[in-house]
Design a protein around this ligand. Structure first.
Ligand code: UFG
Length: 338
């Protein structure tokens, strides 16, 4: 059993990971400022409310709730376009905050650190699928802010023996099959929740960004991985690092790509209604195709992304969306309080 500090544990991937850690017999403690996460998603776990970038918050969390065997770091800002307009905010929230956390972890003798990283560290690679040894060439401050944290961890690992795993997610999607935990960003920018809300008539027609990409149907291709498969991957990484095994950088994806039109087709099947959509210009910064070579993590940890069929992803996301709307939740992207 490991005692694990989970920063951003009230967020989308963080809350699913806390649930997976609990199910595996571990003890997650959440540190979250609730600026974008949801207190309800913490569901009875210990919650320290505060900013991970604040050394005093970290000191009191370690004093009150530690010692920790591992840190899993999700707390971050995640919007690529927002990072372009507010790069310094992103370097502060993502890079500087992580540096403060890594320093605290090293000072407190925590031996294991799992970083929520991203395929955005690769930029627009020409070769698909993308292996971990592809050059890091982020095209946004968001991707750069995460690549810098990976570098900090690599250096801290060499100098201080901190074992770390940087998990580069491709497109996280789906929701816990129980229907009570899922994706709730505000504003929502991700394709699947927006398409579901449009099909349900709870949003205006979806804008389909770019139909002239050099892909089979002209729309972007992405590698969707179920959030519960990601959560399980974090558990496996924590367990290995806590057991003293070496870490590294790992892609988390399925190795299969789906075009945006294909995603809309599956949404229509599951919802049983068309997705109202209008063709729109390309969204700046979108690479045509991002598909993982996921073999390194699979071979090392025996991880099988068993829920990551696109249908299962969309079904679980749909179940969650309906349960939120039944509870009176706003459709994604609606102004807060609407
Ligand atoms: N899309 C639309 N209309 C929308 C929303 C999205 O056509 O209203 C398209 C996008 O243009 C893209 C695809 O759907 O082609 C997927 O877009 P998402 O926003 O769902 O996901 P991204 O691939 O842009 O983002 C993911 C992660 C980011 C990460 C990025 C790396 O969510 O954290 O990949 O490029 F940074």
């Amino acid at each position: 059993m490991a005692r694990v500090l989970v920063t951003g544990g009230a967020g989308y991937i963080g809350s699913h990971t806390c649930r997976a850690l609990r199910a595996a017999g571990h003890e997650p403690v959440v540190l979250d400022d609730l600026s974008s996460g949801h207190a309800a998603a913490v569901r009875g776990l210990p919650l320290a409310e505060g900013d991970v970038a604040d050394p005093e918050v970290l000191a009191s969390t370690f004093d009150r709730s530690g010692p920790f065997d591992a840190v899993v770091h999700f707390a971050a800002r995640i919007s690529v376009p927002e990072s372009v307009s507010d790069p310094l905010g992103y370097y502060r929230a993502n890079t500087a905050a992580a540096l403060t956390l890594v320093e605290a972890a090293v000072a407190r003798g925590v031996g294991a650190f799992v970083l929520s990283s991203t395929a955005a560290v690769y930029g627009h690679p020409r070769e698909q699928p993308i292996g971990e040894d592809a050059p890091l060439a982020p095209t946004s401050p968001y991707g750069a802010s995460k690549a810098m944290v990976e570098r900090i961890l690599a250096d801290a690992s060499r100098a201080h023996g901190l074992r770390y795993a940087a998990l580069r997610y491709f497109n996280a999607a789906g929701a816990d099959p129980a229907g009570d935990l899922g994706e709730e960003h505000d504003p929502e920018t991700h394709l699947i929740p927006l398409a579901l809300a449009a099909a349900a008539g709870r949003r205006p027609p979806l804008e389909l960004f770019g139909t002239d990409y050099p892909t089979p149907d002209g729309t972007c291709v992405r590698d969707y991985v179920h959030v519960c498969d990601l959560a399980r991957a974090h558990c496996l990484a924590v367990e290995a690092l806590v057991a003293g095994e070496p870490g590294g950088v790992f892609n988390l994806g399925t190795g299969r790509g789906h075009s945006n039109r294909e995603v809309l087709g599956v949404v229509e099947e599951i919802v049983g209604r068309p997705v109202p959509a209008v063709e729109a210009p390309r969204r700046p910064g979108d690479p045509p195709e991002l598909v993982a070579d996921p073999r390194r993590f699979r071979e090392r940890f025996g991880w099988e992304p068993g829920l990551s069929e696109l249908r299962t992803i969309v079904e679980t996301a749909w179940r969650f969306a309906r349960s939120r709307w039944a509870d009176g939740g706003a459709a994604p992207g609606a102004p807060t309080g609407a």
